[in-house]
Design a protein around this ligand. Structure first.
Ligand code: OSB
Ligand code: MG
Length: 370
């Protein structure tokens, strides 16, 4: 398709309550929205999820703005589509969140031009996705129980809690005591431990967790493979898998049974499909779709990804209301009573961006004309 212009609009969104992980606390986050318009006037949207500091990954909203403006957008000349996009930016090393934000706008646009929902356009197989919730580190175990219980009452199908050294076995023990053994529960360490902590993970083995997410270093595959030999609970990788090649190496080494695929972390939906084809189709192992506190724009792309066949666990894709008083899309993403989110019938991501609101709230904007 022939692009007329691509715009960047940076908005800051405030969370309902602080989200704390082993790497820090977030109350407000930047979201760079990418608006891609083609010659006929159709528009697609993507979102860059990079945070204001290099904590989850080395990318920030500033590095993403710089890399998109100065290196990605200048590549978008002539006929461009989402499938050809990765080749255009392959010379740029890393910066996957920056790439993903632009790539996803092209996917939304391409699906809209065909008049199809994005999830069908990428080959999704289900019209509702299983919704889980990721719960940040809480000030006390009483708070944790209260917060988790309220999400369970809302219908979320599984709970993931963040852990860090000193806040790991006891929170899990308390949740099991109060909420029982049938709660689908897992933990996410965001790379806060080392192999010397193997005893912590041995103790966690007693609680029937679905998985342990990214216990060790953010780029590590080797130590995870060693840890896997000492515990029964399956290891799920997040930070350490940046592309399908990392997934292959994780398989060869035995670093993980499961991958949390975040389209933003791996450079977009194209690489998400490649990881899915390798990890699920070829190797027979499950994936699920993780989130980065996305607004309704990024959330739409996550919902589409979660309709893929190999998604076999509930996802970190909750309703807009879990994080935000008001979303920037209409309708907002809502939780069905059975703890699912419906894949939309409308074309593209299936939600309208509230463009006036976004433009008037934007802290900065940039326009590129190919
Ligand atoms: O590790 O999965 C993570 C949020 C920000 C950064 C990293 C992570 C998370 C989450 C929340 O766990 C997922 C979500 O609900 O969007
Ligand atoms: Mg994680």
């Amino acid at each position: 398709m022939e692009l007329r212009k691509v715009e960047l609009l940076e908005v800051w969104v405030r969370l309902k309550s602080p989200f704390e992980t082993s790497f820090g606390k977030t109350l407000e986050r930047p979201a760079i929205l990418v608006r891609a318009e083609e010659r006929g006037g159709e528009v697609g949207w993507g979102e860059v999820v990079a945070d204001s500091g290099p904590w989850y990954s080395y990318e920030t909203n500033e590095t993403a703005w710089h890399v998109i403006r100065d290196f990605i957008l200048p590549q978008l000349k002539g006929d461009v589509g989402p499938r050809g996009f990765p080749a255009l930016v392959s010379r740029i090393r890393g910066h996957n969140m920056a790439k993903a934000g632009v790539e996803m706008a092209l996917w939304d646009l391409a699906a809209k031009l065909e008049g199809r929902p994005l999830w069908q356009y990428i080959g999704g197989v289900r019209d509702r996705i299983a919704s889980g919730v990721s719960v940040g580190i809480q000030p006390s175990l009483e708070d944790l129980v209260r917060v988790v219980d309220s999400y369970v009452q809302e219908g979320y199908q599984r709970v993931k809690i963040k852990i860090r050294p000193g806040y790991d076995v006891e929170p899990v023990r308390r949740l099991r005591e109060v909420l029982g053994p049938s709660l689908k529960l897992q933990v996410d360490a965001n790379a806060a431990y080392t192999l010397s902590d193997v005893e912590v993970f041995r103790r966690l083995d007693d609680f029937g967790l679905l998985m342990i997410e990214q216990p060790l270093g953010w780029r590590d595959l080797v130590d995870h493979a060693e840890l896997a030999r000492h515990i029964r609970t399956p290891i799920c990788l997040d930070e350490s898998v940046a592309d399908a090649d990392d997934a292959r190496k994780a398989y060869q080494l035995g670093s993980a049974m499961i991958i949390n695929v975040k389209p933003a972390r791996v450079g977009g939906l194209g690489e998400t499909l490649r990881i899915h084809d390798l990890w699920y189709r070829q190797l027979g192992r499950p994936i699920w779709i993780g989130g980065m506190l996305e607004t309704g724009v990024g959330r739409g792309h996550l919902v589409a990804a979660a309709t893929l066949e190999g998604v076999r666990y509930p996802n970190d894709i909750s309703a807009s209301s879990r994080y935000y008083e008001e979303d920037i899309v209409e309708p907002p993403w809502e939780l069905n009573r059975d703890g699912t989110i419906s894949a939309p019938r409308a074309s593209g991501i299936g939600a309208e961006v509230l463009e006036d609101k976004v433009r008037s709230a934007a802290k900065r904007a940039y326009e590129f004309r190919p």
